[in-house]
Design a protein around this ligand. Structure first.
Ligand code: GDP
Length: 297
């Protein structure tokens, strides 16, 4: 389970305060030291951790929480609120264009879960908005990628536009979009190529596709299992693409949780969805408050 270690350590850190009529400044400091270590061990970015600890300490001290009623409960509440804030406070909906189609461009490293997420998102739009999306196969470097998208398209019963592997991805994106306009599809979801790591050629291509189709939404798909690297990857993609949202995948695995907790604070970009399994129905809107509750257990 994701967050298991973190949840246990946070609970242990705060348990020691329970039952204390008054919490001294040094009790608080000790608890915050443990919370800090728990977050660092979960791979949360150290600057994010530092800011978090400082804010919680200030709030707990400033509001005379330590001498008030139920200080431990109040500290738990502050921790909960600040974790929520760290992840962005409110759920942020998908951008929608005033006239159809809304263009969604997916990006991310190879294996992050892009193609799977394209299918999941199409299914979600179909189920929740009665939408008619068109998927565009724009990864021309791996023939298997096109087949994989076609399989995904069949699974969710959504058409896939493809021109094989010999056409320039910018051209494919443009022609796919033209077809969507002709057919009055209300969403276009572009599955782009990924690499094992960020490189200039890939970023150049993604940037060209962006210019050509002017997406309403550029979603960056990030594997939550990759810890600190997830944040570095997010920063790298965001620098070139100025992404509009993040999808965090594999939250059903045993990720320590650092990516979920750091990405928003470090990049300023909202996590819009989380992938929690391999099935097409395993995509959920990201709610920071619910995630904070889940982390605190
Ligand atoms: P891409 O290379 O970015 O297009 O990645 P894929 O969509 O091919 O996904 C890579 C692997 O991750 C596949 O085996 C997917 O089934 C798996 N995967 C994607 N999202 C999730 C998720 O949320 N949870 C789990 N457990 N597996 C996922």
């Amino acid at each position: 389970m994701a967050f298991e270690g973190l949840t246990e350590r946070l609970q242990n850190a705060m348990k020691k305060l329970r039952g204390k009529g008054k919490v001294s400044q040094s009790d608080l400091r000790e608890t915050m030291r443990e919370i800090r270590l728990a977050l660092l061990e979960a791979d949360v970015n150290f600057q994010v951790v530092r800011q978090f600890v400082k804010t919680v300490e200030q709030r707990a001290t400033g509001a005379k929480v330590l001498e008030g009623l139920n200080p431990s409960q109040q500290i738990v509440k502050i921790v909960d609120e600040e974790l929520t804030k760290m992840m962005g406070d409110e759920a942020v909906p998908l951008n929608k264009s005033e006239k159809i189609p809304t263009v969604i461009m997916m990006s991310g490293l190879q294996g992050a879960g892009k193609t799977t997420t394209v299918g999941k998102l199409a299914l979600k739009l179909k189920n929740e908005q009665n939408a008619r999306p068109l998927l565009i196969a724009d990864d021309v470097y791996r023939p298997a990628a096109i087949e994989q998208l076609q399989t995904v398209g069949q699974q969710v019963d959504v058409p896939v536009f493809q021109l094989g592997t010999d056409v320039d991805p910018v051209e494919i994106a443009k022609r796919g979009l033209a077809q969507a306009q002709e057919n009055h599809n209300d969403y276009v979801i572009i599955d782009t190529a990924g690499r094992l790591q960020i490189d200039e050629k890939l970023m150049g291509e993604l940037s060209d596709i962006k210019k050509a189709v002017n997406p309403d939404e550029i979603l960056l798909v990030i594997d939550a299992m990759t810890g600190q690297n997830a944040v570095a990857t997010a920063q790298g993609f965001d620098e070139t693409l100025d992404v509009t949202g993040v999808v965090l995948t594999k939250l059903d695995g045993d990720t320590r949780g650092g990516a979920a907790l750091s990405i928003r604070a470090v990049t300023g970009k909202p996590i819009k969805f989380v992938g929690q399994g391999e099935k097409m129905s395993d995509l959920d809107v990201f709610h920071p408050d619910r995630m904070a509750s889940r982390i605190l257990g």
